[in-house]
Design a protein around this ligand. Structure first.
Ligand code: DGL
Length: 268
């Protein structure tokens, strides 16, 4: 039995979509969430910068004595997971492999779309992961950089998001994909808008569920799962406090965000 918390981080609100699944499949685990709201978005930044930010987030989470870390950010997973695993001893998992695996199970016509930040799409991390599982699958990527600010602004269900979704996704739909990976953890917050833009014949894939199940598997294998009967708690940290975080997070998680603290991430 290991009651230490699990560290979860993202550039901002997006990782909450992964936290939600962790809470669902591992309800007794305590969690520490860090959203790097002072430096969101990560999407357009260089690999070097994202590695630096990722290491700082992990250094901070380690001060909270976490037993495992989930990089709940596709951009940071695509750019820095390998380097983070090399540097740190504790279990660290990302979201890309889980998302790729789900897409491989889902596609019938072997045409998969992947949307994400510019960093994730340019890294081709999903293409490589999917091809390594099934080389016959065609993967078509599209960066949608405007989606993250729309989510952070709390505008996921507004007309402006629907217009952006059509501008980005109509050409992808024309290519005949049958599955679309939401390859940025912010995008499940836009799921309704994206679903309406692409139509119901295209299956939307959220890597979060499979990520939570991968995490469960790792905790069980290492015998560090929290077997307590008590529901776990979550403490939230951000690198910049704004009203948006509590508001959008509370709406998305359907609970009041009370324990929110600001930290100086550049110190880590
Ligand atoms: N939510 C993140 C991702 O999954 C990062 C978005 C961003 O900061 O650009 O890629």
């Amino acid at each position: 039995m290991d009651k230490r918390p699990i560290g979860v981080f993202d550039s901002g609100l997006g990782g909450l979509t992964v936290l939600k699944e962790i809470n669902k499949y591992l309800p007794n685990e305590n969690t520490i969430y860090f959203g790097d709201t002072a430096r969101v978005p990560y999407g357009p930044r260089s690999k070097e910068t994202i590695i630096k930010y990722t290491f700082q987030a992990i250094n901070f989470l380690n001060t909270k004595d976490v037993k495992a870390i989930v990089i709940a950010c596709n951009t940071a997973t695509a750019r820095a997971l390998v380097e983070a695993k090399e540097k740190y001893d504790l279990p660290i998992i990302g979201v890309v492999e889980a998302g790729a695996r789900t897409a491989v199970y889902s596609t019938k016509n072997k045409k998969v779309g992947i949307i994400g930040t510019t960093g994730t799409i340019n890294s081709k991390a999903y293409n490589k992961a999917i091809k390594s599982m099934d080389s016959k699958i065609k993967v078509i990527g599209k960066a949608c950089p405007i989606f993250v600010p729309l989510v952070e602004e709390g505008w996921a269900n507004k007309e402006i998001s629907s217009m952006a979704a059509h501008m980005y996704l109509d050409s992808l739909v024309e290519k005949g994909i049958d599955s679309l990976i939401l390859g940025c953890t912010h995008y499940p917050i836009l799921k309704r808008t994206i679903g309406e833009a692409v139509g119901e014949d295209i299956k939307l894939i959220n890597p979060a569920r499979e990520t939570a199940l991968d995490l469960k598997n790792i905790l069980e294998k290492r015998n560090i799962i929290n077997t307590s009967e008590k529901k776990g708690n979550c403490i939230y940290y951000v690198s910049d406090i704004n009203d948006q975080f509590s508001k959008v997070a509370g709406e998305f998680l359907k609970r009041k965000i009370t324990n929110l603290e600001k930290i100086e991430i550049h110190r880590y």
